[in-house]
Design a protein around this ligand. Structure first.
Ligand code: C2E
Ligand code: MG
Ligand code: MG
Length: 425
């Protein structure tokens, strides 16, 4: 297969920019890096490396639309030109699909090879107005993915601002809500019975001007300690319900709640107000509470959980299996959903013990009439195994990665039109 040359790609990029200049349109440039390609070459030899590159190129080709253009521009770097994007959401969705397509392994010499990749995105005319500059911006965004939770990044001039100096995370966190630095990403959930969409989990992202993306696992514990977790929780509930309002009415939204805020007197009122402001049916909201945290302060938490259940809101126990809770615990916790921790799901096909835990949790949940969600499903085989075990809802990179609202709405649209549905089944 002809892996288009760098020169002809740049010629195409220049002429596409000209066209969009005349039409006053946009275009996106994606730079894609295959991770650990060198190590692959060392382990399997150059011939296998070349084969892998051409398979990768073929897969990019399957994803691209008629006018898109792809080429290999470096040893393990590819570029993809999307000549007619309407907005950043389109380009982001393309990157998400591309990364999603890599979840399915490649077969090289009868071996399953999994490839990781990172994608940097830059848009004409938003980030640069000529081809060379646009390529530099996409490369810069690619570099940013090393520090990011996501495997893709859109160029941001703010990130390029000073990164040096000691970081006072607490004071930055206090300003983050006021300065609008949080964003919610949404990861789809599918009903395993019928393959229909069930809803999405809302996952917070912090885009700090100087530091770029900060993982929630880093800043949520800091927010819990420095006291502004409640403010963040309030923001999250409101932002999630605002977003949900734009989705089809049958879809649910799951919001993570720090257990520290469960004991806050204002929580139930915040939830009730937000539901009424955005006019979302109470049954569409699920609050996820992590199992281990629940064990710390049971009595205060149970009281709010009961009030929330009385409102008609669903309660899900997240990361289930990590907290060593006893069966008696279910007598008190008014939950109606369990999320099996992804550490068990991830290796359940290879590890008998994990598989046994997953099976047992599903059986137990059914006994307590709880819905079971499996998260961290990264491939078709795990999906099928969970379906067989009677798991109710699926979530994971195999279906889709978390994405911003704009990309999620487009994803929904495509899913409903059947395009993504086929990929899922
Ligand atoms: P979680 O609630 O268990 O969320 C699932 C995490 O697994 C997310 O990470 C998600 O991106 C990731 N994930 C989903 N599918 C897959 C998969 O197939 N493979 C792999 N490797 N990972 C997958 P994320 O977004 O980084 O969130 C991490 C944790 O931070 C969450 O774990 C949750 O405990 C917390 N968090 C996220 N958003 C919020 C929030 O708004 N409020 C609070 N209090 N905590 C949040
Ligand atoms: Mg969660
Ligand atoms: Mg979890």
């Amino acid at each position: 297969m002809d892996i288009g040359s760098r020169e002809s790609f740049f010629d195409r990029l220049r002429s596409s920019i000209e066209q969009q200049r005349e039409r006053q349109g946009k275009l996106a440039l994606l730079v894609i890096n295959i991770r650990q390609f060198r190590q692959f070459n060392i382990a399997h030899g150059y011939a296998a490396g070349d084969l892998l590159l051409s398979r990768f190129f073929e897969r990019l080709g399957e994803l691209s639309r008629d006018n898109d253009h792809i080429a290999r521009i470096g040893n393990s770097d590819f570029a993809m030109l999307l000549p007619q994007v309407l907005n950043e959401g389109h380009a982001t969705l393309a990157a998400i699909k591309l990364l999603g397509s890599l979840d399915e392994p490649f077969m090289i010499d009868d071996q399953k090879i999994r490839l990781g990749a990172s994608v940097g995105i830059a848009l004409y005319p938003d980030h640069a107005v000529d081809a060379d500059e646009l390529a530099i911006k996409a490369e810069t965004a690619l570099n940013d993915t090393h520090q990011s939770v996501e495997s893709y990044a859109v160029y941001s001039s703010e990130i390029q601002a000073q990164r040096a100096g000691r970081w006072d995370i607490e004071s930055d966190l206090r300003q983050a809500v006021d300065q609008n630095q949080f964003e919610l990403y949404f990861q789809p959930q599918i009903d395993m019975d019928n393959g229909e969409l069930f809803g999405a989990e809302a996952l917070i992202r912090w885009q700090n001007g100087e530091r770029g993306f900060i993982r929630p696992e880093i800043f949520i514990p800091v927010a819990e300690q420095c006291g502004n977790i409640f403010e963040i929780t309030r923001w999250t509930i409101n932002a999630a319900l605002w977003a949900t309002k734009q989705w089809p009415a049958k879809l649910k939204v799951a919001v993570n709640i720090s257990t520290k805020t469960l004991a806050e007197p204002g929580l139930v009122e915040t939830v009730e107000n937000a539901l009424s402001i955005y006019g979302v049916d109470h049954g569409r909201l699920t609050l996820e509470i992590t199992e281990s945290a629940l064990l710390e302060d049971v009595s205060a938490s149970v009281q709010s959980l009961q009030e929330l259940r009385a409102l008609g809101v669903n309660i899900s126990i997240d990361d289930f299996g990590t907290g060593y809770s006893s069966m008696a615990y279910f007598k008190n916790i008014p939950a109606n959903e369990l999320k099996i921790d992804q550490s068990f799901v991830r290796y359940m096909l290879e590890n008998k013990m994990d598989q046994h835990i997953v099976k047992t949790v599903i059986k137990m949940a059914q006994g307590f009439e709880l819905k079971v969600v499996a998260e961290g499903i990264e491939d078709e085989m795990t999906f099928a195994a969970l379906q067989q075990l009677g798991c109710d809802i699926a979530q994971g990179y195999h279906l889709a990665r978390p994405m911003p609202q704009e990309a999620f709405v487009q994803w929904l649209d495509e899913f409903e039109r059947g395009a993504s549905k086929q990929a899922v089944r």
